[in-house]
Design a protein around this ligand. Structure first.
Ligand code: F6P
Length: 320
């Protein structure tokens, strides 16, 4: 079997580990592995690279992706889709393993199936916002990336007391990262794009905590609504200027954690087995806490939202 690997959209820690595990199973089963450089535009340009287990081993623990990704939606054009069918036919590719988010995993597998090419999709994004899977590759690593940084903030906060700190996480328009990080570190307030943020409440909590507990921490997502208003209101209403940290894109480059490497290993094993049993479309997902190989696309699942009860608890928990 000839299997090509494509990374589409935002990279996430754990992709290299998954490629390594896929290569191990390919070696065991005698499959040919073809990496694609540059996502779907790269595939159209036939940018293939073959690799084996020993090539991937040194990269397995690294964040990022040895296969360059792309965010260009090149397959939106009809002529590009025809060209893709031709590339796959000429290279006799039997299956694609695709790392990507919501859009990629919805649209690509049916297209491939219509040409008789199988597809295993691996929900991949640090944002953890793919409908149909409770977990996406890279999320845990991106959460863990924030922890030593917050530990550092708190160390200086203990030495120079009375301060208000803010930490901005990635996550675009999805608050899973900020909420999980806020819970893990016991943040005093959290602001997410999915829910309206009560600015006076957050300011009052931060002031009270800074004055009574020595320091206060707000964790928020980069895409939170009214971000400028929130950040401007804190010093105005509390009289304390904010000390801010922005994780930025570094957060996508955290060391892959055991959870992400484990998910990568499960995805590779289940994905290979599914292809060998003739499955045409399969998604490696987590549902109800269990790893599952879901047959078909991830179409029709409800959009995922961060836990509202937890969000409220963090923001409204009694002071003290
Ligand atoms: O891939 C998801 C993500 O990392 C989001 O968290 C973030 O908002 C976005 O990508 C950043 O995109 P780009 O790398 O294109 O600036």
């Amino acid at each position: 079997m000839k299997i090509a690997y494509v990374v589409s959209g935002g990279d996430a820690p754990g992709i290299n580990a998954a490629l390594f595990h896929f290569a191990r199973h390919s070696a065991r089963l005698g499959n040919t592995v073809l990496g694609v450089q540059g996502g779907f535009p790269g595939l159209l340009e036939e940018k293939f690279q073959s690799f084996g287990v020993s090539d991937l081993l040194p990269w397995a623990a690294m964040p990022g992706s040895i296969l360059a990704s792309s965010r260009v939606p090149v397959l939106a054009q009809e002529d590009a889709r025809e060209k893709l069918a031709d590339v796959l036919r000429r290279h006799a590719i039997d299956a694609l393993v695709v790392f990507g988010g919501d859009g990629t995993l919805k649209h690509i597998p049916p297209l491939l199936a219509s040409w008789g090419v199988a597809c295993i999709g691996i929900p991949t994004t640090i944002d953890n916002d793919v409908p149909g899977s409770d977990y996406t590759l890279g999320f845990d690593s991106a959460c863990n990336f924030a922890l030593p940084i917050i530990d550092g903030i708190r160390a200086t906060g203990a030495a120079l007391g009375g301060r208000i700190f803010t930490l901005e996480t990635l996550g675009g328009y999805s608050g899973f990262l900020a909420l999980e990080i806020a819970r893990a570190v016991g943040a005093d307030a959290v602001a997410l794009p999915e829910y309206d943020c009560d600015i006076p409440l957050i300011c009052d909590r931060l002031r009270w905590t800074a004055e009574n507990k020595g320091q206060a921490l707000l964790v928020y997502t980069e895409g939170v609504k009214n971000k400028e208003a929130l950040l401007a209101a804190i010093p105005e209403r509390t009289g304390i200027r904010i000390r801010s940290t922005m994780l930025g894109h570094a957060q996508r480059g955290g060391t892959p954690t055991a959870r992400d490497r484990g998910f990568a290993a499960q995805a590779a094993l289940a994905g290979h087995n599914a292809l060998h049993h003739g499955m045409m479309m399969g998604m490696t997902v987590v549902q109800k806490g269990e790893f599952v190989l879901h047959e078909g696309t991830l179409d029709g699942f409800e959009p995922r939202k961060p836990d509202l009860i937890l969000y409220d608890k963090i923001n409204r928990m009694a002071n003290g």
